[in-house]
Ligand binder design. Structure first.
Ligand SMILES: C[S@@+](CC[C@H](N)C(=O)[O-])C[C@H]1O[C@@H](n2cnc3c(N)ncnc32)[C@H](O)[C@@H]1O
Length: 262
């Protein structure tokens, strides 16, 4: 499982990426004191570590046992938080009921997002809400990097990134429609820009091996990786940050959805 392999280095390269995205999600959710919260695909705890001080009992669930281990360590001292191995696709009613469900950069990894959203809604109390983050359109440099990998990717992987309502190219309304079809109400998506700074091209490369992009590197034959690396380094050099290093922009979508009141 890819996330077991990269859990030790995930979000550990000093690049500000998953943290700012989690900040945006917490802003949209507006956590309430005492509420019961479920964070699905919690990873190393980007959302949980930010939200734990503001909510009541919280449960983090991730399919990767390695991620769960690191997340538990990150949340030591937050006695209101439990972290368990579990599947965000086939949720378990034994987890309980929640006032809020969050999932940052997770829904597009699941085999059947519409069914997952129906399951998530069933875990929510009346009046509860769900907030997720997904990727919107990449900026031109990030797009060029994606296009450098594209010829090497197997068709299934290409489809997941380029087709369907959760792909970066689909409109916000398509994401909203997924939630509405699952029975959510008051659904709205906001898209915010995210600028990510890399101190060096090497830092970008290290970062890329610690994220979902690792799967793209693995799809490139070893004999071609040096050429791909050089192409991408050139793209980065054409996108300098005013204060040094390089900058890639990527928009992030936050979708808020309510579960109808009693
Ligand atoms: C891009 S990471 C996001 C992690 C965390 N939410 C964050 O913002 O840093 C995606 C996470 O989803 C988890 N994941 C993937 N499929 C899952 C599933 N079916 N059930 C639960 N977690 C899953 C991965 O193990 C990984 O930790």
């Amino acid at each position: 499982m890819m996330f077991d392999q990269l859990a030790a280095v995930y979000d550990m390269t000093g690049v500000e990426f998953f943290g700012p995205i989690a900040d945006g999600l917490v802003d949209v959710l507006q956590p309430r004191p005492g509420e019961r919260l479920l964070d699905l695909g919690c990873g190393r705890g980007a959302v949980l570590s930010r939200i734990a001080p503001f909510v009541g009992p919280a449960l983090g669930v991730d399919i990767s046992a390695e991620m769960v281990g690191y997340c538990r360590t990150a949340l030591v001292g937050h006695d209101n938080v439990r972290v368990e191995v579990g599947d965000a696709q086939s949720t378990d009613p034994a987890w309980g009921v929640f006032d809020a469900v969050t999932a940052s950069l997770v829904l597009f990894f699941l085999p059947d997002p519409p069914a997952a959203l129906r399951n998530w809604r069933n875990l929510l109390t009346p009046g509860g809400r769900c907030v997720i983050s997904t990727f919107g359109a990449p900026g031109p440099a990030w797009q060029a990097i994606d296009e450098t990998f594209a010829p090497f990717l197997p068709p299934g992987m290409l489809d997941a990134r380029t087709k369907g309502p959760l792909s970066p190219s689909s409109p916000d309304a398509a994401v909203d429609a997924l939630f509405a079809a699952a029975g959510f109400e008051d659904v709205r998506t906001v898209t915010l820009p995210l600028e990510t700074r890399f101190a060096s091209v090497e830092q970008w490369e290290a970062f890329s091996w610690t994220t979902g992009q690792r799967a793209m590197w693995l799809a490139v034959p070893e004999s071609r990786r040096a050429a791909v690396r050089e192409t991408i380094f050139e793209i980065l050099r054409s996108s300098p940050h005013p204060d040094g290093g390089y900058v890639l922009s990527q928009s992030v979508r936050y979708t808020y959805a309510g579960n109808a009141g009693a």
